[in-house]
Design a protein around this ligand. Structure first.
Ligand SMILES: [Zn+2]
Length: 379
């Protein structure tokens, strides 16, 4: 069992410790130290990374209260090593984690929702609440949470006595084995938690609730705090600035500008479709009665059916209309049904065809070259 330095002081970046045990695994070693500032993965938070001497620590896990540091290099039992944790990364985790406590505490006090799941990874922080919250309610939670940041309130982590624990009303995400560690953010939240947090809420910087997802009668909230929130703002700012520049609009009007463009685009698309249809009709009109097969540009099957029908009515016989490119074509073939079915059976036997039909019309798609299709219909 190692002494958990991260429980006593979340700001320890470097420490000296003795190697108590090591276990060789596939291509790495699991190291146990007499004490450690490395936080092992737990309570939804990712493990710290860093170095032990020259050995890189790429994961830290806790099993039966023993903390294992996963390293690539051999470390001799009994030797003293200097541990360094990647503190910039850890501090960002502390900002996110403490922000999560504030948001969960306020949402619980205001709307009676319980945090039933928490995940803090390299990119994303999520909180799962057991009840749904509206956007207005979330906005209220977000505003009050940031107010608690501005007030720079102390965050205290401690192991209470049994009596203290009995008389304390605290949130707990699950049944806890062993001593309960409480994290108390003055007038905001008391929650059982084993992870490192910032000492004052001001260090969080900023709390932003982002997307939500509905889940099993509750809601998942994606939030970002501190550096994560700054990175998110920067990336969104750059995106909005680029979009606004593209549409010669002010940033605050970017969405409106895109919406207007989208409407114009839909209208232009509609006109284009109509024009294509007209061109296809003109192509068909110009076809002589002895041509069986005709190719038109960009037509859907339903339009091909209309065109094939028109051709058949005008000239009689089998009339096939194709549209597509690169050896894949949609088609409609119209004709007297018994003749049509015979030709279509032959067509299917020669090419890779999907589709069918009856009553004088077959349609579908075919994988074949324009040249081969043309040769087939020369009868
Ligand atoms: Zn916590």
């Amino acid at each position: 069992m190692s002494e958990k330095l991260y429980e006593q002081n979340a700001y320890i970046k470097e420490f000296k410790a003795k190697v108590l045990a090591q276990e060789k695994c596939d291509d790495f070693y699991k190291i146990v130290l007499d004490k450690t500032a490395f936080f092992p993965e737990g309570g939804g938070q990712a493990a710290d990374v860093g170095t032990l001497g020259k050995a890189e620590v790429f994961d830290v896990q806790i099993e039966n209260d023993t903390i294992y540091h996963y390293v690539k290099d051999f470390l001799e039992i009994g030797c003293e090593v200097e541990g360094k944790i990647d503190f910039d990364r850890r501090f960002n985790f502390m900002q996110n984690h403490t922000g999560e406590h504030i948001v969960s505490g306020i949402a619980h006090r205001l709307f009676g929702v319980n945090n039933v799941g928490f995940h803090l990874g390299e990119e994303l922080v999520t909180i799962d609440f057991d009840k749904e919250l509206t956007r207005e309610q979330l906005n209220e939670v977000e505003f009050l949470a940031n107010q608690k940041v501005w007030q720079n309130l102390p965050v205290k982590a401690y192991f209470p006595t049994d009596d203290e624990l009995k008389s304390t009303d605290y949130r707990s995400k699950k049944e806890i084995d062993g001593a309960v560690r409480l994290v108390n953010i003055q007038d905001v939240d008391i929650c059982a938690c084993c992870a490192p947090h910032v000492a004052f809420t001001g260090e969080i910087g900023f709390i932003k609730l982002l997307d939500t997802e509905k889940m099993r009668g509750g809601i998942r909230i994606i939030l970002k705090c501190g550096k994560f929130a700054l990175d998110d703002y920067r990336s969104k700012f750059e995106n909005v600035a680029e979009i606004a520049a593209m549409f010669s609009a002010k940033q605050e009007n970017a969405a409106e500008a895109v919406k207007k463009f989208d409407e114009k685009f839909a209208l232009a698309n509609q006109k284009l479709t109509e024009l294509k249809k007209k061109i296809a009709e003109l192509t068909v009109v110009s076809v002589s009665g002895d041509e069986t097969c005709v190719f038109v540009e960009d037509c859907e099957v339903k339009d091909l059916q209309l065109l094939a029908d028109k051709l058949h009515k005008k000239h009689g016989g089998i009339k096939a209309v194709f549209s597509g490119s690169e050896d894949t074509y949609s088609f409609a073939i119209c004709g007297e049904d018994s003749e049509l079915q015979e030709i279509f059976a032959n067509f299917k036997s020669q090419f890779s065809v999907r589709g069918g039909g009856r009553g004088g019309m077959v349609q579908g798609s075919v994988a074949a070259s324009r040249e081969n299709i043309n040769s087939f219909f020369k009868f």
